[in-house]
Design a protein around this ligand. Structure first.
Ligand code: SF4
Length: 406
C-alpha cells in the first residue's frame, strides 16, 4: 500500500470508431468516431466515495470501465495504488482484477438465471481457483450474512428473488474476492424507492466495515447526497465540476451542475407550485460535440461579448435564431422584439433582417455572428480550481475581474 490515491486517472480519453470495411474504404467512406470520454483526470482516495453524475449517454459508465481496466483508453492513463495499470505484468493484472469489482444497474439480468445464489457468489472464487469447495461454501454463507440475506437463500435461483435480494446477491458476488475498489454503476436505479434506501445503507455499512473505496455512477442526485463524499459532474465526456459534496450541492459553480440540481423534483407538498427549471434542448451527439464549451448550446448563463449590453433571455433568443439560420431553417427575424435593446443590438438585428429578406443568409448570419458570438462558442474553458475544480469561463480570472465576481 502506498500513500498515493487508490485510483488516479490522468487525461483519460476513450474514442470509439465505427468500423468500415475495406470495400467502404476503397469507396472513400470514412468511419465515424465518438469520443465517449475526453481528457478526464480524477483521483479517488482510499475509503472515499466519489459520485460520477450526468445525463444518460454522457460517458459515465465508460469512465467506470476504463478505471477497472475493462476497456483500453485511447489516450491517458489509470494508476491503481500508484502503479499504471497499462504496465502491469500478468500476475499484477490478476491481482488488480481481484482488488476491483463492479455492481451493475440491473440486478436481475446481471445474475446468471441457471446458477444458484451460492454458485453466483462463488463464481469469482472458482474462476480464480481460490479456496476449496467447502471453504467457498462457508465463504458464500458469510457473504450472504454480510449482505443481510439468510443462508437459506443459497440454494435459490435469481427468478425466485426480489429485485432488492438480487442486488444484495450481486453485491455479495462483488465482495467475494475481497476487493478494495468497487464501481457501483447505477446500483439502485432499477429498484423501488424503499429498497433503494436499504441498499444504499447496506453499501454504506459495508464500506465502513471493509474499508472499501467506491465510484458511484448515477444520474440520481439523491443517491449522491446519501452515499458520496465528493461529486464529479460529467457532460458530453468531459468532467466539468469536481468537488466536495456539500460545496458542489450548496454552491454549484458550473451552470450545468446548477441546472441538474434545479431540475430535481422534490417530494414535498409545499414544493407543488415550485417551477422546475428545465435544461434547454437535448444532450448533443458525442459524435459532433459543440465547439468551445460543450454546454454552450444549452447554457442559461451564456456569456455575451463584453461590448454589448444585453439580458440573458434576449441573448439566448438571438443565439437560437443564429442556430436556426445556420441550419438553413426559416426564421422570422423581422418579428424579433428589440424593445429595450441597446443601439448595437438593434442595429445588428436590423442589418441581419435586411440581408435575410434579400435572401442573403450568409451575410445575415455573418452580421449576427460578428456582433453576438460568445467566448463560450469559440474557446473551450480552462479548468479553474477556485472554488474547486470547474471548467467554465465564468470562473476565468479575466471574466471575474471584468464583472467583479466574488
Ligand atoms: S463556459 Fe459559458 S457556456 Fe460553458 S458553462 Fe460557462 S457560461 Fe455556460
Amino acid at each position: 500500500m502506498t500513500d498515493q490515491p487508490l485510483i488516479r486517472a490522468a487525461g483519460l480519453t476513450k474514442r470509439f470508431t465505427d468500423g468500415v470495411s475495406v470495400l467502404d474504404r476503397l469507396r472513400g467512406r470514412e468511419g465515424s468516431s465518438i469520443t465517449a470520454v475526453d481528457d478526464c483526470s480524477l483521483s479517488i482516495e482510499r475509503g472515499e466515495t466519489v459520485g460520477l453524475v450526468g445525463e444518460s449517454g454522457c460517458g459515465k459508465s465508460t469512465t467506470g470501465q476504463l478505471l477497472l481496466g475493462l476497456q483500453e483508453p485511447t489516450a491517458g492513463s489509470v494508476a491503481f495504488d500508484g502503479q499504471p495499470i497499462a504496465a502491469q505484468s500478468a500476475a499484477e493484472r490478476r491481482r488488480f482484477r481481484q482488488e476491483t469489482a463492479i455492481v451493475f444497474q440491473e440486478p436481475f439480468s446481471s445474475l446468471d438465471p441457471r446458477m444458484t445464489v451460492e454458485e453466483i457468489i462463488c463464481e469469482p472464487l472458482v474462476v480464480n481457483d481460490i479456496e476449496t469447495e467447502s471453504e467457498r461454501h462457508s465463504r458464500a454463507r458469510d457473504l450472504l450474512d454480510r449482505v443481510e440475506l439468510s443462508a437459506a437463500m443459497a440454494t435459490r435461483y435469481p427468478h425466485e428473488l426480489s429485485g432488492g435480494q438480487c442486488q444484495r446477491v450481486a453485491i455479495a458476488r462483488a465482495l467475494a474476492l475481497e476487493p478494495s475498489f468497487i464501481v457501483l454503476d447505477e446500483p439502485v436505479s432499477a429498484l423501488d424507492v424503499s429498497v433503494q434506501a436499504q441498499i444504499l445503507s447496506l453499501l454504506d455499512e459495508l464500506q465502513a466495515e471493509l474499508e472499501l473505496t467506491y465510484l458511484c455512477i448515477t444520474h440520481d442526485l439523491s443517491v449522491v447526497s446519501s452515499l458520496c463524499d465528493r461529486v464529479a459532474v460529467m457532460y458530453l465526456g468531459e468532467l466539468i465540476e469536481v468537488g466536495p459534496l456539500e460545496r458542489v450541492f450548496d454552491a454549484p459553480a458550473h451552470p450545468y451542475t446548477s441546472a441538474l440540481l434545479e431540475s430535481v423534483p422534490r417530494a414535498r407538498a409545499n414544493e407543488r407550485d415550485r417551477s422546475i427549471d428545465h435544461l434547454e434542448g437535448a444532450l448533443p451527439s458525442p459524435s459532433d460535440p459543440p465547439s468551445g464549451c460543450r454546454f454552450h448550446t444549452r447554457c442559461p448563463k451564456l456569456i455575451p461579448p463584453a461590448d454589448i449590453d444585453i439580458d440573458q433571455s434576449t441573448y439566448r433568443a438571438i443565439f437560437r435564431l443564429r442556430s436556426q439560420i445556420a441550419r438553413g431553417e426559416s426564421v422570422a427575424l423581422d418579428e424579433f422584439d428589440c424593445t429595450g435593446c441597446s443601439a448595437t443590438v438593434t442595429q445588428a438585428i436590423e442589418a441581419a433582417t435586411e440581408a435575410l429578406n434579400a435572401g442573403d443568409r450568409a451575410t445575415a448570419l455573418d452580421r449576427l455572428d460578428t456582433t453576438f458570438e460568445s467566448v463560450c462558442e469559440t474557446t473551450p474553458p480552462d479548468e479553474h480550481t477556485t472554488p474547486h475544480h470547474v471548467s467554465c469561463h465564468l470562473h476565468a480570472d479575466a471574466h471575474c475581474r471584468d464583472h467583479n465576481c466574488e
